[in-house]
Design a protein around this ligand. Sequence first.
Ligand code: NAP
Ligand code: MG
Length: 498
Amino acid sequence: MTDMNNPLEDWSKGVGQEKMLINGEWVEAENGEWLSVENPAHKGIEAGQVPSGGAIEVDKAVKAAANAFKSWKKVPARERGKAMLKIADALEAQSEEFAKLYTLETGNAIATQSRGEVMLTADLIRYFGGVASEIKGEVVPLGEDLLSYSRREPIGVVGGIIPWNAPLALGALKIAMAITAGNTLVLKPSVEAPLTAIKLARICSQFLPKGVLNVITGSGSKCGQSLLDHPMVDKLSFTGSTDVGRAVMKSAAQKIIPVSLELGGKSPQIVFPDANDDVTVQNVINGMRFVRQGQSCTAGSRLFLHESIFDSFLEKLVSKLKAIKIGDPLDESTQMGAIVTKTQYNTVLSYIEDAMNQTGARVLMGGMPPKEGPLAEGYFVEPTILTGVNPDWRIVREEVFGPVLVVIPWKEEEEVIRMANDSHYGLSAFIYTHDMSKGLRTAHEIESGFVQVNQGLGISPGNSYGGFKQSGIGREWSLEGMLESFTQRKSITVNLTY
Ligand code: NAP
Ligand code: MG
């Protein structure tokens, strides 16, 4: 049934060539070209290959989705939800295979990351399947002789584009929200990590009519851009960098179609003097997503420590981080894996190098990676902590998307809020204090869409999640998000005296 060789037996062989899903068929690109997906934990070894699709495949996929929309929109929402529940069960039944493939293509550690993301993905799909009947309208009391009501109708063909950093959960999110709401979808995963999203599509295709979900692969500039510009795409849902987000919005503006953008972040973690303890240290590590190599949009990559606890908190942080085991992500004892690709690895290193060359910067741990030894076999970067940074430096302002934390001291509450909000991003924030009025006061002042007080976790299904400022437009992960982003309201008024 699947073209893939078993990825579980011998990782060094990769999974071979995986195809695109267009109108229920598994196809190669017409140009016959393939793109290589790197296994980032082992330089020079492939995790697999995907077709180098472009405008031709996009056109076929969008037309298939437009055709499938005619009948899918009429399937009762509850039935659409039931299909999601079946997909979630089937995914869970293959969870270990998914976790291994995810590890191969992303370099995330299986024990700390890959298995967790697979389970989160099943949970997420199940959540949307469960709330499907809530896609309902309202009755408006305009008068005794009038029946005025609204319907939540799907929008049509959704063009969904996802990044490489959480490709399974983010692929599933687009699938579950768009398709449960009655739309059809053309999904483009990143060529850097497309394999688990395709494997998920294999499951989906068993439970969805042909054309409802199509998955195309190819570079962002060719395949992605063709999807953005296709005249028959009715809605764009993009997760990725703020720069590409701008291009998505431009394309949407040309056609006046709705767009949701889940973009980057440079999120603050604020520690008050009363939270100088081991639990907060662990929360800060979790918030920075160190064991995801910092490759999370919600990573709390700017740590603001009150000056009275600055040194003692950092001492605890460094000693805990030094105990994290980095290495082969398939090894059960590994806690932190590799950076996703060579390009991303070089980007992260260029940020570190740039900061280290500035006067005053101090590297408390990590820094440039070893050139020899086991960590040189893949794109491994150790947790890196920098102090003595200036608020204008790139490493403080820009999203590094690697395991790099900058630490900044503060004195007054007002000052730390100002510094935390001094960013063009506004995705997430973390606040640590035992004084709840201080914690909530700060949470309300912070310009971010997702704020946690006294924990450093990720997003859960049901949380309306999205960014302030240049971190995005629209909310996802929740029923409200699905309703706002993937349906359109229609008002119908009937004159009953006719
Ligand atoms: P990216 O470079 O913006 O790419 C995201 C997706 O867009 C990929 O599929 C990429 O394709 C595609 N793409 C690139 N150029 C395109 C174009 N001109 N037209 C259409 N599509 C295009 O982001 P990334 O490096 O993959 O991921 C990291 C970024 O995602 C970070 O900024 C992170 O914060 C953000 N992110 C945000 C969230 C959130 O929920 N807010 C979640 C996760 C990640 P190829 O890669 O195949 O070329
Ligand atoms: Mg990219």
